[in-house]
Design a protein around this ligand. Structure first.
Ligand code: GTP
Ligand code: OAA
Ligand code: MN
Length: 660
């Protein structure tokens, strides 16, 4: 179908373009056709290749029920076709929400409201009948930092009042999507309602979306996702450049009902509901009940110079290096790295007891700043086709710019910052620091299939076998470059003890301080963290399973304010050691934290001078402090609910530190 139809009766117009076509200069050459007011015609179901009557009863009921609440002017069921996408992108350009980047093929730039640039954690809720199903019970007078709970009925009331009429004057899009390869036993289906065309275009990149999903779903159950930017338009009202509703923001998960409601934000992590809301919060709860894992992890295939291949999964907090590692370019000759996924892993044991992982996503929603040919050539090879950039700077030759691309932008172009500052390149260094060209959490949204090193099996419905799980974070001190957990229980303790410097991926925290981020899941737990730990501990008792080894890495150790380790492609040197440990090579020795490389067993050939000793320094006082912080955190946050195995690992760690 086409969104912009020449037949007025079929033309699916939100009110914005009407106003654009009428009042403003026709700079875009909009072909929008005025239509009668929804108040007089009622809701219109748009001419689409999928009609309302084509929908299975459950889907149709979901749509109709919400039309009553949201009161959109139009409804459009997305078929996922390229014609539909072209019309959507055209519409977005016409209303000024996307700008075409002429330098590249089918690439666009979106600039959000400066108030809507990252996930909001304070307004993110998990609603279960019993509070302890969502969040652990902290010690008396301690506030939980492991999620926000609200009673589902109370929240329903709040959300219903927010959603009442919130799509007035807009089109409601119905997006059927699959998380995971269409039809895989490991995949799950959701249907998202949204009033944002940006979300529709982005969901088409990030998920498998459209008609095929409805065919697979039939009349089965699905995760119900409702999203509204919360900015209804009354007759004649001018639309905002980036409609959102900061005052009424709420991102709500109902794991007991497999439902998600998101109000007030158009930013990816809050509005592309397949991602964090579904693939992590809802899915982690389903995984708990079904005996598998839904984790904030990249998945990487590694082939050594002898041709042996293993897959690893790695959990690093937001903006701590998952996308970079998922596309790593090894600097040791003979190694090959192939990407399965960069953000989320769903992992389940197969009949042979192997832990098999799929990437439930279809695209990368990656951090732009820092990405360049030196740090991540494979991302650079992915993102200049069919990509939506958000909150990056633009250049006078129709390209993009962000911090890290200084050497790759032609010298004679001028730069417009994400906030609209023209000739940004002429600012002083101080001004540039104060007002970066791109927002630090600016992102590219791009198809996984375009990655030059995408793994041949990335869409294998059976998943890929995982040999090692890595945890990591930004730790300027104390934590060595790499260590191996002594056992599965110890590995769970290592994951639970993760801390990292705060980044720009969440708007609630000041950058810099060390934050607890267990399993890199703190903002994404769909259920009580204490139960989550028990679930991880329990997995090893599944009959006949082969557990992956667990490691912790730290690329971010500093000396004199500078990173000691070169990172990026050189991380293969650490992965090489991990690979050898998976093969049982005798290259490890014990330390209080876990098993560290025996001297000389990290390949540093060709690295130039590097102070390896300082990467492994573990001063006793710092380890003591580390143990004390962990103990305090567990006791305050989990109170009486610390699993015995975790408590035991903590005691053993303290013992090892004392024995130093
Ligand atoms: N020093 C150093 N910086 C790195 C390394 N890997 C990634 N970074 C930087 O960390 C930032 C975020 O990296 P990403 O790979 O996008 O992080 P992510 O974990 O995928 O982030 P989310 O998409 O928010 O989950 C970028 O600015 C990178 O340049 C590394 O090995 N060393
Ligand atoms: O959710 C988002 O906004 C992006 C992301 O991957 C993260 O923050 O981990
Ligand atoms: Mn992420």
């Amino acid at each position: 179908m086409s969104i912009v139809s020449s037949d007025p009766a079929l033309s699916p117009l939100p009110r914005t373009p009407l106003r654009l076509a009428g009042g403003l200069p026709t700079k875009t050459g909009s072909k929008f056709i005025p239509r009668t007011s929804p108040a007089t015609t009622g809701v219109r179901y748009l001419s689409a290749s999928i009609q309302l009557t084509d929908l299975a009863p459950r889907v149709r009921e979901f749509v109709e029920e919400h039309v009553k609440i949201l009161r959109p002017a139009n409804v459009h069921v997305c078929d996922g076709s390229s014609e539909e996408n072209q019309s959507m992108v055209k519409l977005l350009q016409d209303i000024g929400r996307l700008k075409k980047l002429d330098k590249y093929e089918n690439c666009y730039l979106a600039i959000t409201s400066p108030e809507d640039v990252a996930r909001v954690e304070k307004q993110t809720y998990v609603c279960t009948t019993k509070k302890e199903d969502s969040v652990p019970t902290p010690a008396p007078r301690v506030e939980s930092v492991l999620g926000n709970w609200k009673d589902p009925q109370e929240m329903d009331k709040e959300m219903e009042s927010k959603f009442q009429g919130s799509m007035e004057g807009r089109t409601m899009y119905v997006i059927p999507f699959s998380m995971g390869p269409l039809g895989s036993k490991l995949s799950k289906i959701g249907i998202q309602l949204t009033d944002s065309e940006y979300v529709v275009a982005s969901m088409r990149i990030m998920t498998r979306m459209g008609r095929g999903v409805l065919d697979v779903l039939k009349d089965g159950s699905f995760v119900k996702c409702v999203h509204s930017v919360g900015y209804p338009l009354s007759e004649g009202q001018k639309d905002a450049e980036w409609p959102c509703n900061k005052k009424k923001l709420a991102i709500v998960q109902y794991p007991e009902r497999n439902e998600i409601k998101s109000f007030g934000s158009g930013y990816g992590g809050n509005s592309l509901l397949g991602k964090k809301c579904f693939a992590l919060r809802i899915a982690s709860t389903i995984a708990r009940d079904e005996g598998w894992l839904a984790e904030h992890m990249l998945i990487l295939g590694l082939t050594n110079p002898q041709g042996v291949k293993k897959y690893i999964a790695a959990a690093f907090p937001s903006a701590c290096g998952k996308t970079n590692m998922a596309m790593l370019t090894p600097t040791i000759p003979g190694w090959k790295a192939e990407c399965v996924g960069d953000d989320i892993a769903w992992m389940r044991f197969n009949e042979e007891g192997r832990l098999m992982a799929i990437n439930p996503e279809n695209g990368f929603f990656g951090v732009a700043p820092g990405t360049n040919t030196g740090s991540n050539p494979n991302a650079m090879g992915t993102i200049f086709r069919n990509t939506i950039f958000t909150n990056v700077a633009s250049t006078s030759d129709g390209g993009v710019f962000w911090e890290g691309l200084e050497k790759e932008v032609p010298a004679d172009v001028s730069i417009t910052s994400w906030l609209g500052t023209k000739n940004w390149e002429k600012l002083t260094d101080h001004e540039k620091k104060e007002k970066p060209a791109a927002h630090p959490n600016s992102r590219f949204c791009t198809p996984t299939s375009q990655c030059p090193v995408v793994d041949p099996d990335w869409e294998d419905p059976r998943g890929v076998p995982i040999d090692a799980i890595l945890f990591g974070g930004r730790r300027p001190r104390t934590i060595p470059l790499v260590y191996e957990a002594n056992s599965w229980n110890h590995g769970v303790f290592v994951g639970a003890s993760m801390r990292s410097e705060a980044t720009s991926a969440a708007s609630d925290f000041k950058k810099g301080g060390l934050l607890h981020d267990p399993f890199a899941m703190r903002p994404f737990f769909g259920y009580n963290f204490s139960h989550y730990l028990q679930h991880w501990l329990r997995l090893q008792h599944t009959p006949g399973v082969q557990m992956p080894k667990i490691f912790h890495v730290n690329w971010f150790r500093k000396s004199d304010g500078k990173f000691i380790w070169p990172g990026f492609g050189d991380n293969i040197r650490v992965l090489d050691w991990i690979f050898r440990r998976c093969d049982g090579e005798d290259v490890a020795q014990s330390s209080p934290l876990g098993l560290i490389p025996k001297e000389g067993t990290i390949n540093t050939e060709g690295l130039g001078p590097i102070d390896m000793a300082s990467l492994f320094q573990m001063p006793k006082e710092e380890l003591r402090e580390e143990a004390a912080v962990m103990e305090d955190y567990f006791e305050k946050q989990l109170s009486g609910d610390i699993p015995a195995e975790v408590r035991q690992e903590l005691e053993q760690f303290k013992g090892r530190v004392d024995a130093l």
